[in-house]
Design a protein around this ligand. Structure first.
Ligand code: ACO
Length: 330
């Protein structure tokens, strides 16, 4: 079998207009701007308006990625949308996006759930379709409307989450030395209940009691997830560098999942990467789960923090528990 290269040809993102600041949250729960900034690095997040949803934001992010890569919707031959907040349990967001973009009938379109690692899981999946020649042009999206599954009376979670979408167009190239060079997928289901939505699925379908008790919102054992994320982020970045025999000084930028600035800082210190090599935008958007890495990658490229020929490590970590890394030569 001839293997092909998988190149990040373009990126795009979309954030809703409305901002929810720490000062706004001070009026909603017993918290303070100082506590949130010190413990998480977050200052504000974006919240979808009633007419916006994960699919509608994904469509705009995707259009921007198509534009930046010079790709027409008809050229796409696979759509992957990572999300834990699809518009509906079925159909998939990917099918809604396919129709809205005007992509060809008959291409593959599916959603993927790996919580905050979802976009990187989708990027790895897309890479393998391209490397084996099963697809030439794949649209990979991370889109979330976490505000719709957040309990705004629970101060331990509501300060963290925000909404948004990011997208990448991955294209086949004959240059095996360009694009995705290595990846890792990981999961540890023994930690599944550390971050979960108790009701609304087949185990506990929505009923008046579950809605009244807010069991359709995210519940998190913050301290345990924090410990896992600190250790896993450092380990995964090191593995991602070793897979391509890279030293920290060869890495132009790490695009980490934006879960907590302290998690990102401590991973950087452990590995010996200076703070300027870790991309952070959590201050403005909070944790947008599967959208976070996709938005960060788009912002980093558009801001000139990384570009063609640079080594970049992309890493997702989150519920499941899950983790995923991609080492890419842009
Ligand atoms: N404001 C003020 N005080 C608060 C708040 C708040 N918003 N939230 C908690 N506290 C209090 C607690 O009640 C506790 O008080 P106590 O000591 O009197 O009991 C104290 O602050 C410390 O609480 P901790 O939970 O130990 O705080 P911690 O420093 O761990 O920070 C946080 C909490 C920010 C949630 C952190 O644990 C974290 O970031 N966890 C990881 C989250 C994450 O990475 N999620 C990724 C996956 S998300 C996904 O997949 C969708």
């Amino acid at each position: 079998m001839t293997l092909h290269g998988a190149l990040i040809a373009g990126t795009g993102s979309f954030l809703p207009e409305r901002k929810l600041t720490n000062i706004d949250l001070e009026k909603m729960v017993d918290t303070s701007d100082e506590w949130i900034v010190q413990r998480t690095g977050i200052r504000e997040r974006r919240i979808a308006s009633p007419g916006e949803s994960s699919a509608s934001m994904a469509v705009i992010a995707a259009q921007r990625a198509l534009e930046s890569s010079g790709t027409r919707p008809e050229e796409i031959d696979l759509i992957l949308c990572a999300t834990i907040t699809p518009d509906m349990p079925t159909p998939s967001n990917a099918c809604l996006i396919q129709h809205a973009l005007g992509c060809r009938r008959g291409i593959g379109a599916m959603d993927l759930n790996a919580a905050c690692s979802g976009f990187v899981y989708a990027l790895v999946t897309a890479t393998n379709f391209i490397k084996t020649g099963s697809a030439k042009t794949v649209l990979v999206i991370g889109a979330e409307t976490l505000s719709r599954i957040t309990d705004y009376t629970d101060r331990s979670t509501c300060i963290l989450f925000g909404d948004g979408a990011g997208a990448v167009v991955l294209k086949q190239t004959t240059d095996l030395g360009a694009g995705v060079q290595a990846f890792e997928l990981g999961a540890d289901g023994s930690g599944a209940m550390l971050l979960h939505v108790p009701a609304g699925g087949s185990r506990h379908p929505a009923d008046p009691e579950s809605v009244g008790a807010k069991l359709h919102t995210l519940k998190m054992s913050g301290r345990d997830v924090f410990k896992f994320a600190v250790a896993q982020m450092a380990e995964s970045i090191e593995k991602a560098m070793n897979a391509c025999k890279l030293t920290p000084d060869q890495i132009k930028l790490v695009i980490p999942h934006q879960s907590n600035a302290r998690i990102i800082d401590s991973a950087a210190t452990k590995i010996g990467l200076t703070a300027d090599r870790m991309f952070i935008n959590i201050d403005r958007y909070g944790n947008t789960s599967a959208a976070s890495v996709a938005i960060a990658l788009d912002e980093a490229i558009r801001a000139g923090r990384c570009g063609r020929g640079d080594w970049v490590v992309i890493i997702g970590i989150g519920g499941g528990l899950t983790w995923a890394t991609v080492t890419v030569k842009l």
